[in-house]
Structures are given as structure tokens and as C-alpha cells.
Design a binder for this molecule. Structure first.
Ligand code: HEM
Ligand code: 2DC
Length: 454
């Protein structure tokens, strides 16, 4: 009997998030763990996360995903901010922050991302029309990959790839598949010296290299296009022409460093927002009441803003809370990690300097100690909660937090605004979807959703 019954917490690699949640139940809010050749101290309390992040200093370092570094060394490519550390990281990061994360540039992104959101709605309408059944039922994974890549490329390059049309450039689809393959082949090599895989020339390492090769080749094509247009002065100096061309014109960063970070952003912008949006739609389909509340808020905000999208975005509090709530239950990253800079005390334990500490944000988000009725999808909790102190950590924290955070947030807000304005999102009742660790956390089976015009 045991062999047939799938135990809720078992089965190694793809299940590390549940294993970690169980360890916290077993050992309490702090425990030590050996991960292959690495050791880490794992914590779950928001207060401990606060202690950790408040002492992180000017050059925070997270766990190094060594296969990603190994690929760049193998091909002799520069590291972007994702993989740099110390002074070199900070130098690049401060320049990038200005163009990617600062509030001043958000206004430039809104029209670009809005256009992509509107095109997605148009595409859904066409599909509904084609179906002849007044609705569209599908696994939206690839549709959302295309939406996310189209979005991030529009802000990076100031250009459309046309991924929401019927005919999609096979090269763009190859890029999308390569990013998923890159994540998928990372996890088996995560805690083992990559050199081992290298030496035995394992299939995993080969596939990993092939995936990054496709990613870098495609990104390079996009970058060259923008570079050429800039030299030929094809674009007027007035309009906003995207992150890359701004960085190129500034000439503060060497071109290889610009390329490295832009490639990381292009790759980092696909599976992250798309999976989060898929989870958000799934949760909204399961909570029609919440879905209707959001719709009401959106219609009211639209009325008040009179077509001014920037203004509208300022008054959709519940929608923003819904995205936070989605990331609480379905974070992209299972943990946040930092190497301690100085010695510190967590839960009465003395943690030496240079220790790898992981904040289990997946486990935290599902623990009743920190969230009342954690299993419930309840965006309002973020508007009422007595303390949100170090609980909303989906994008990380501090100077090393997600560089794409503001792009991701805007992209997801605009997507959901347009979708909820136009369609009802439905799913089969009682459908349970689990989570799978594939370096990032993703659904463990396809999610079928139905979109129906309002
Ligand atoms: C880093 C989450 C979307 C680019 C991170 C980190 C997290 C994260 C947790 C680590 C932060 C830390 O250690 O404190 C997410 C989530 C996303 C998302 C939940 C969407 C829902 C994006 C997008 C881009 C991006 C759209 C590209 C535009 C990056 C980069 C880093 C990073 C470059 C490394 C930054 C550094 O080391 O300085 N992300 N991310 N992410 N993310 Fe995102
Ligand atoms: C994976 O134990 C599990 O945003 C490890 O857009 C610890 C770890 C370290 C770094 C994390 C990684 C985990 C998950 C994926 C993250 C990554 C930092 C950035 C990356 C969270 C939790 C991600 C997805 C970036 C990826 C950009 C890349 C495609 C160029």
C-alpha cells in the first residue's frame, strides 16, 4: 500500500519546499542543514529575517547558483549583477537601479507594458471567437511566457517582438523554451560541484550549456538591433526608447557589462512573472468573491482616473494586495539567502560571520504563526494585518532585492487590470494544484483555466 500512496512530504528534489516546511515544524524556527557541499542555517521568523537583512551592509551576497557561474566561465562571458559581488556588483547595480527600479522611470514603463496587456486581451478575444463556444479553456503557461517575454523586451529594447500574434517567430519560442530548460537543468547541479558534471560531461550539464547558449544568442541579436538603430539614429531623441538604449547612450557601463545584465533581465523576466500571473488567475478563479471585489475596485479606479493609467494604478490597493497574496502562497524563490557579514544572534543561537542563512519564505507564507488561516487566499489581510513587518518578501529585500521588481509589479498589475475588466476567470471546482521545485517554484501539473467575456 505504502508504495502506491504518494506521501504528502516526500520525494526529494522537486519537493524541497515541503521538506523545508516540515523541518521547521519538527525543529522549530531555526535549524542547520547540509546541502551537498554547502551548509546553511535556515530561519522562518519575520523578526529573524529583519535581523539578518538589517545587518547586510553595502554588499549583500546571496547563495551562488554555481551552474550559472560555471557557464559564464566556460564561455568566457561577463557576469551581470545577478552573479557579481562586492564593489563590482555595487557599481553596476547603482547604475542599473536608476534605469530599471527608480520611481522616476516607472512612468516610462507604464505605456509600454499597458500596450502589451491590451494586446493580450485582444488575443484572448480572437481565440474565444475562433472557438465558437464563447469561451477559451486552456493551459495558459505558454501564452503567459509569450506575454511576459513581450513585456520585458518592450521595456528593455523599446521594441515589440510580436509574440501575441498568431504567427510567433520560432526563435522567440526557442528562447522561451531555453529559459525553462535552463532552470530545469540547474536544480540537479545546485548543491554539487559543477566541475564534476563538467568532467563526466553529463547530459544535464550539456543541456544547461545549450540552454544558456540559446539565451545569450537571442539576447545578443536583440541587443545588436538596438545598438545599430542607435548608431544610425533611427529613433527620435524625444521618445523613451527603452532601458538598453538609455544605458548605451549614458556610456557609464562597459558594453560587456550592459550586455550581461540585460541578458539576465531578459531571461529573468519570463518564467517569474508568467508563473505568478498563472497562480494569481488560478487563485482568483477559485475565489469568485475576491475576483468580483477586484473588478469593482478596478471599475471604480477607472472611472475616477478618466483614462489616466498612472493615476489609476495609484488607486488599486486590493489588486496590489492580491499580487502580494499570490506571492505569499506561491513565491518564485523558495528561500532568500544571505551570507552574514558579522556575527549575529538569531533565536539565541550565535551565528558566525560568513554563514549562509536562508529565510524560508515558502514555509513562512504557509505558517499559521505568521498568517491567520494561511491556506486562504485573502488579499485583504495585507490591508488589515496588524503587522506586515518582514512578511512580504517575494522580491527579496534591500539593495540586493529583485532588480526587475518594479517592472514585474507594473506588468502584473496592468495584466490583471485588463483581464478582469474583460473576462471572468473560471476553473474546475475542487481542482488542487501542488507546487514543484524546478529551481523556481512552479505548478506541479497543468492548470486549466476558462476565460469568458463579462
Ligand atoms: C533577483 C524574485 C521578476 C531580474 C531576485 C530575487 C528574488 C526575485 C527573490 C533575489 C532577491 C534577494 O536576494 O533579495 C522575483 C519575482 C519576480 C521577479 C517574484 C516576478 C514575479 C524579475 C524580472 C526581472 C528580474 C521581471 C528582470 C527584469 C532579477 C535580477 C535579480 C533578481 C537581475 C538579481 C539582482 C541582484 O543580484 O542584484 N528576483 N523576480 N526579476 N531578479 Fe527577480
Ligand atoms: C533557488 O537553494 C534555490 O529571480 C537555492 O530572475 C537558492 C536560490 C538562490 C538564488 C535564487 C534561486 C534560489 C531561485 C531563482 C532566483 C535566484 C536569484 C534570482 C533568481 C530567485 C532560491 C530569479 C528567478 C532571476 C533569474 C535570472 C536568470 C534567469 C538570469
Amino acid at each position: 500500500m505504502r508504495a502506491r500512496q504518494q506521501q504528502p512530504v516526500e520525494g526529494g528534489f522537486h519537493n524541497v519546499h515541503n521538506i523545508m516546511a516540515r523541518q521547521f515544524q519538527k525543529f522549530g524556527p531555526i535549524y542547520r542543514e547540509k546541502l551537498g557541499i554547502y551548509e546553511s542555517v535556515n530561519i522562518i521568523n519575520p523578526e529573524d529575517a529583519a535581523t539578518l537583512f538589517k545587518s547586510e551592509g553595502m554588499f549583500p551576497e546571496r547563495f551562488t547558483v554555481s551552474p550559472w557561474v560555471a557557464y559564464r566561465d566556460h564561455r568566457n562571458k561577463s557576469y551581470g549583477v545577478l552573479l557579481k559581488n562586492g564593489e563590482a556588483w555595487r557599481f553596476d547595480r547603482l547604475i542599473l537601479n536608476k534605469e530599471v527600479l527608480s520611481p522616476q522611470v516607472m512612468d516610462n514603463f507604464v505605456p509600454l507594458l499597458n500596450e502589451v496587456g491590451e494586446d493580450f486581451v485582444r488575443r484572448v478575444r480572437v481565440q474565444i471567437e475562433k472557438s465558437g463556444r464563447g469561451k477559451w479553456t486552456a493551459d495558459f503557461t505558454n501564452e503567459l511566457f509569450r506575454f511576459a517575454l513581450e513585456s520585458v523586451c518592450h521595456v528593455l529594447y523599446g521594441e515589440r517582438l510580436g509574440l501575441l500574434q498568431d504567427f510567433v517567430d520560432p526563435e522567440a519560442q526557442r528562447f522561451i523554451d531555453a529559459v525553462s530548460m535552463m532552470f530545469h537543468t540547474t536544480s540537479p547541479m545546485l548543491y554539487i560541484p559543477v566541475k564534476l558534471f563538467h568532467w563526466i560531461n553529463s547530459k544535464t550539464w550539456q543541456d544547461h550549456v545549450k540552454a544558456w547558449d540559446v539565451i545569450f544568442m537571442q539576447a545578443d541579436k536583440c541587443i545588436q538591433n538596438v545598438y545599430r538603430d542607435l548608431r544610425l539614429q533611427r529613433k527620435s531623441a524625444k521618445e523613451y526608447t527603452g532601458i538598453l538604449s538609455t544605458l548605451l547612450m549614458q556610456d557609464k557601463l562597459p558594453i560587456d557589462d550592459i550586455k550581461a545584465s540585460v541578458t539576465e533581465m531578459m531571461a529573468g523576466g519570463v518564467d517569474t512573472t508568467s508563473m505568478t500571473l498563472q497562480w494569481a488567475m488560478f487563485e482568483l478563479a477559485r475565489s469568485p468573491g475576491v475576483q468580483e471585489q477586484l473588478r469593482t475596485e478596478i471599475f471604480a479606479a477607472k472611472q475616477a482616473a478618466q483614462g489616466d493609467m498612472l493615476k489609476m494604478l495609484k488607486s488599486v490597493k486590493l489588486l496590489k494586495a492580491a499580487i502580494k497574496e499570490t506571492l505569499r502562497l506561491h513565491p518564485v524563490a523558495i528561500t532568500l539567502q544571505r551570507y552574514t557579514m558579522q556575527e549575529m544572534v538569531l533565536q539565541d543561537y550565535r551565528i558566525p560571520a560568513k554563514t549562509l542563512v536562508q529565510v524560508g519564505i515558502y514555509a513562512m507564507g504557509r505558517d499559521p504563526k505568521f498568517f491567520v488561516k494561511p491556506e486562504q487566499f485573502n488579499p485583504e489581510r495585507w490591508l488589515m494585518m496588524e503587522t506586515k513587518y518582514f512578511k512580504g518578501l517575494g522580491f527579496g529585500f534591500g539593495p540586493r532585492q529583485c532588480l526587475g521588481r518594479r517592472i514585474a509589479e507594473l506588468e502584473m498589475q496592468l495584466f490583471l487590470i485588463h483581464m478582469l475588466e474583460n473576462f471572468k476567470i473560471e476553473t474546475k471546482r475542487g481542482l488542487e494544484i501542488g507546487t514543484k521545485f524546478d529551481l523556481i517554484l512552479i505548478p506541479d501539473k497543468p492548470i486549466y483555466l476558462t476565460l469568458r467575456p463579462l
